[in-house]
Structures are given as C-alpha cells and as structure tokens.
Design a protein around this ligand. Structure first.
Ligand code: FAD
Length: 396
C-alpha cells in the first residue's frame, strides 16, 4: 500500500462539510428520492449537488486536489447521504470504493497520480465491473482477459450489472491478467469513456436501489498498459476493496435504517399529540427498534475505526489476516440483516401509513432498498468464506 490518507480533514472543517451534506440532503435529495425510485432514474440533481461540494474527490489526498477525508469521515458522509436517498448514497459509495483502490494501490505510478488529479478537478464519476456473466458475484474469478499487444491492450467483459454504467466517466474492470492466466490471477483495469463501448444487455427494473441504474452491458474496451493498476487484484481486494465496500455500504444502510427510525419516532410523536391516552405499545416498539439501531451503528463505526487504525499504521500484513477478513465479512452479514430488521420494525410502528406509498411516513422505498443489501455479494457466499476461514483460524 502506498498512500493511506488517514490524517483526514480537520474536525471543524469536517463538521461544516457534514452540515452542507445534510443541507443538500434536505433540499435536493429527499424531495427527489421518490421520483428517482418510481422512475428508476439516475439522481442527476443530487449527484450535481454532491459534485458542487467537491465530494467526488473526497478520499483523494489534498496534494492531488482532493478533500483528503479519512475512511471514518468518508463513512460518515455515506451514512448522512443514506438518510435522504439510498440510490444516491449507493452511487456515491461505489464511486468512492474505486477511488480508494486507486489511491491505496496506484500512487507509485505517475499515470494514476495524474488520473486521480483529474478525478478530483473534473469530478469524474467512477463505476465498477466486477460481476461477470458465468461467474456471478465471485470477485476472485474472472473469465475475461487482458489481451496485450505491445503497450496497448483490449479487454471485453460481459457484465450483467454495472451501476450507473451509462452515466460513468470511467470503469474499473476486474479481469484475468492474460488469456493464459488462471481465473484467479486477476488485475484491475481502469478505462475512460473514450476507451470503451457499452452494448446494453440487461435492463434494471428491480425491487430497490432503482436509481442506481445498474444495467447489464457487454463492455468492449482498449487502452495503454499503464491503465492497469500495478498491484495484483488479490491485494487490492483484501486491503482496500473488501473493507472499503463493506464499511461504506454498511454506513449507507445505517443511514437508511436511521431515517426509518426517525420516521417511526415522528409517527409516535404525532400519534401521542393527537391522542395522549393512546396505548404506549408503539412507543415501546420505538424503544426496541432504537436499541437495534444502536447495535448496528456501533458495529459499523467500530469497524470503520479499526480499518482506519490499520491504514494509518500502513499495516498491510494485518489487513491480509483471516481475523480481519472474518470481521469485515461479519460486518457485511450483520449490517445487511439488521437494516431489514430495523426498517420492518419501523413499519410495524407506522402501520398502514408506512405501508402506503403516498404518506410522509411511507417506508416502501426503505424496505425495498433494504432487501438489496444481502445480495450485493450474496451473504451465503460470504458465510461460506467465513466457515472456511474459521476452520483454519485459531481464535481472536
Ligand atoms: C444495487 C446493486 C448494485 C450493484 N452494482 C454492481 C456494480 O456496479 N458492479 C458489479 O460488478 N456488480 C454490481 N452488483 C452485483 C452484486 O454485487 C453481485 O455480485 C451480484 O448481484 C451477484 O449476482 P447473483 O446473485 O446472480 O450471483 P451469486 O452471487 O452467484 O448468487 C446466486 C446464488 O448462488 C449461490 N452461490 C453461488 N456460489 C456460491 C458459493 N460459492 N457459495 C455460496 N453460495 C453460492 C448464492 O448463495 C445465491 O443463492 C450490484 C448489485 C446490486 C443489488
């Protein structure tokens, strides 16, 4: 790992930035979230507002023109965004996961330094193509391969899901190193819009996260070999993509869960105002769901702080251990399960007002988004990994 970026923004500046994030959340994201969801459309106005705050370069070091947030600050931004529009928060998180891979593993290379400067200055939007037709969600295998010819390469990937593929400026693609490489000898390739063509193969008409516009494409790309991140993808995954994904996803799911509890709280307050003698059952349920939310929050924050600590020590060895991997897998499994529990409990409190699509207490979008969490790298796949790792691991 070459750059860990963990000093972060000063506490005072970060709190001001977070206030700005909540402001665009209230003024732009929340008012548009229902339409984004209903029409499965890209949340353009919200992403534009995020770009105005220079947040596309949030995790890029300040010396390259970024804001230089550390991982816990970045996670707090995802948590805040999740309270207003799950799809916008997911787009932001997925973009930042790619940024983290390039920041942590590309900076020994002049090409990636200049590339990250451009991402920060031009607010480029980065998307990811890891899932592959015929392999599904196994990140450690690829069918497609880089075909090198001198200093140039071509790469074709049949990707069934690329979030905001049409809107992105750059694609981060996992691939076998060469056509003769085994499926798990992978590299991470970065291609810009002018380097690739997207042939649409699958639409995105889903239960939740509808605004991520995660359509399928046959990607045909070409480029210069300097666009391949120098580190093996196995290291990029274990040290950066795996922890960053589960921390940032967990954070935005926490944001969605927090909003649902806030709605349940508002519902109980309104109910009590209207009828002070109403039975206390809903208030009791609110106390119950609030304790589950606290559990989720502590777990997400704790894992983010642990990862930040290891990054600030530049401790690549600790990041590669079984125990860290199991911990991050557990974070994914628990946060993707707790979000469903919390939103369901909030729905029970809000009752039919939460079940309807046209009330201020509607939890339909929250619940549909919540069910996507356990599929983003299937929880059973992750559980299988942990089962294997725990056999070999002697204990914490
Ligand atoms: C909102 C959203 C956005 C997404 N955005 C992107 C994106 O931008 N880029 C991208 O590349 N992908 C993206 N994905 C894809 C996602 O992260 C998963 O990789 C993909 O959904 C997995 O597809 P699957 O369910 O068909 O496959 P699988 O993971 O293969 O799961 C299918 C079934 O097979 C079982 N299974 C298969 N193999 C195993 C195994 N070894 N152990 C245990 N069980 C197994 C699973 O349990 C499950 O029942 C997105 C997904 C969502 C929901």
């Amino acid at each position: 790992m070459e750059h860990t970026n963990q000093a972060g923004m000063s506490k005072e500046s970060f709190e001001k930035l977070l206030e700005e994030v909540h402001k665009i959340g209230e003024e732009i994201m929340r008012p548009n979230a229902r339409d984004v969801d209903a029409n499965a459309r890209f949340p353009q106005e919200s992403i534009d507002a995020i770009k105005k705050l220079k947040l596309m370069g949030a995790y890029i070091p300040t010396e390259l023109g970024g804001l230089g947030l550390n991982i816990t600050q970045l996670a707090r931004v995802c948590e805040a965004l999740g309270q207003y529009c799950g799809s916008t928060a997911m787009i932001f998180a997925m973009h930042q996961i790619q940024v983290a891979c390039a920041v942590n593993h590309g900076l020994s290379n002049e090409h990636f330094k200049n590339y990250l400067k451009k991402v920060a200055s031009d607010s480029r939007l980065l998307a990811s193509a890891t899932t592959e037709m015929g392999i599904g969600g196994d990140l450690r295998q690829s069918i497609c391969a880089v075909e090198q010819n001198g200093d140039s390469f071509t790469l074709t990937k049949n990707a069934p899901v690329i979030s905001y593929g049409k809107q992105a400026d750059d694609l981060f693609i996992t691939s076998r190193r060469t056509p003769d490489s085994p499926a798990n000898d992978q590299v991470h390739v970065v291609v810009s819009k002018e380097d690739y063509e997207l042939e649409p193969s699958m639409a995105w008409d889903t239960m939740g996260f509808r605004g991520t516009c995660s359509e399928g494409f046959l990607v045909k790309s070409k480029g210069h070999i300097k666009q391949i991140i120098p580190a093996p993808f196995a290291d990029i995954l274990s040290q950066s993509m795996h922890p960053t994904s589960h921390i940032l996803w967990g954070s935005l799911w926490l944001g969605i869960a927090t909003d649902s509890v806030n709605m349940a709280r508002a519902f109980v307050r309104d109910m009590m105002k209207k009828n002070p003698n109403a039975p206390q059952t809903a208030a009791l349920r609110l106390a119950e769901v609030h304790s589950v939310l606290q559990l989720m929050r502590e777990n997400v924050h704790g894992c983010a702080e642990h990862y930040q600590q290891l990054l600030s020590e530049n401790n690549a060895e600790a990041l590669d251990t079984f125990s860290f991997s199991v911990k991050i897998n557990n974070l994914k499994i628990s946060s993707s399960s707790l979000i469903i529990d919390i939103v369901s409990k909030s729905l029970l409190i809000c009752g039919i007002a939460g079940y309807r699509n046209d009330t201020k207490y509607s939890l339909s979008r929250h619940l549909r988004d919540a069910y996507g969490a356990s599929l983003m790298v299937n929880n059973d796949r992750i559980m299988n990994h942990n089962a294997t790792l725990l056999h070999m691991h002697r204990g914490d």
